[in-house]
Design a protein around this ligand. Structure first.
Ligand code: SF4
Ligand code: SF4
Length: 110
């Protein structure tokens, strides 16, 4: 089992999660973060830290289809261990539904 980042994170990227992960297994895209499933030790510490409630265990119904998205992008994007500046409009996007089409495949800057 692993934890995965889901749709609510898109364009939000508050990054509170990366600061608490004991194994630094978050990877950053242009407008989304993912967890590397083979590095995550399943501690669950990041889940309550996310203000957007975007992090769920892969056993959660909401995790489909994010399991594959986390696995794919975590091998393509750079590792991130420090909280950066969230986007200026992060609060505005936090509770918006149907953001999946907005997910950028481009790597972000750690
Ligand atoms: S805290 Fe939540 S919304 Fe922010 S970057 Fe992490 S997973 Fe995404
Ligand atoms: S569950 Fe633990 S190891 Fe996995 S991403 Fe969250 S903080 Fe990191």
């Amino acid at each position: 089992m692993t934890y995965v980042v889901t749709e609510n994170c898109i364009k939000c990227k508050f990054m509170d999660c990366v600061e608490v992960c004991p194994v630094d297994c978050f990877y950053v895209g242009e407008n989304f973060l993912v967890i590397h499933p083979d590095e995550c030790i399943d501690c669950g510490v990041c889940e309550p830290e996310c203000p957007a409630e975007a992090i769920v265990p892969d056993s959660d119904d909401k995790a489909t289809p994010w399991v594959e998205i986390n696995r794919d992008f975590s091998t393509q994007w750079p590792n991130i261990t420090r909280k950066g500046e969230p986007p200026a409009d992060a609060e505005e996007w936090k509770d918006k539904p149907d953001k999946k089409a907005l997910l950028s495949p481009n790597p972000g800057t750690p």
